[in-house]
Design a protein around this ligand. Sequence first.
Ligand SMILES: [Zn+2]
Length: 342
Amino acid sequence: MQDQLKSMEAEALARLDAVQDLAALEDWRTEYLGRRGRLAQIMRGLGALPAEERPAVGQVANQVKARLEAAYEERRVALEEEAKARAFRAEAVDVTLPGRPPALGRLHIATQNLREISSIFAQMGFEVYETPEVETDEMNFQLLNIPPHHPARDMWSTFYTDREGVVLRTHTSPGQIRLMRERYPAEIRAILPGKIYRYEQVSARYEYQLHQVEGLAVGRNIHMSDLKGVLVAFAQQMFQGTRRWRFRGSYFPFTEPSFEMDIECVLCGGGGCRVCKYSGWVEILGAGMVHPVVLQNGGYDPAAYSGFAFGMGNERIAMLKYAIDDIRYFFANDPRFLAQFG
Ligand SMILES: [Zn+2]
């Protein structure tokens, strides 16, 4: 019987080594140490032994039981630790992963560009002056030397409101009249940025709303050379001095003489392409000496005062600066476009 106990113990310990999880361990315990387990079965034979052999066999049986229980306990602790460690590994948070930064807002490219234009003119002493987007026909046209039925009105397709004689301004130029009337007889050096509206078929080149930057200088002894100097200084800073420019005679009702300023096409570098209509040049602004009639409408005597004015499209400048080929991107609110400028 002692041999039986010994071989059972050896078998049990060998099986215990192979136990890999707590469920298998519980099966093992039932099989060897349970009430109907192998040890209990052997012990039931104890009564059949001669009385003098029983104490010795009983002692061996108790030792075997104690060793098996100790081995069981040791294995249980080890398996529980292992299970815990596995769970920790599975649920672990990798604190070394970089975090997810929240998406930050930024200024719209149109606003950034407006601010850049403003800061360049600020260095030359130009203040920023803003005027209303809804104007009277008188301010938007007539006082700027564009009477009703003047053929020059064809240059501006206009949004008229329900109220007679009230329009969405088609350019920032009516601000010239407002500014002059407010400041007379002081000298003026200002830019007038803001939204303008045109009744246009929307396309890659035309939008019905845009930002324009008007410039106005009024004083004594202001000459065409001053205007050219200011515009060249602006273009050199805005385009980092990388482009050639040229002036080209033009016509506007509120300036005399008038001209337009072109810069070398950004897309083809002057070689000629679809955007510049194969000329190598793109117009960036219109300018001229303030027409005597406009000076007078602003309250300044054209015999004593002179002035210059210019106007440029903010989005157009941005398109040329960043080689953007479609003006509709500016108001389409597509983050993939807007996120490129920050
Ligand atoms: Zn070109």
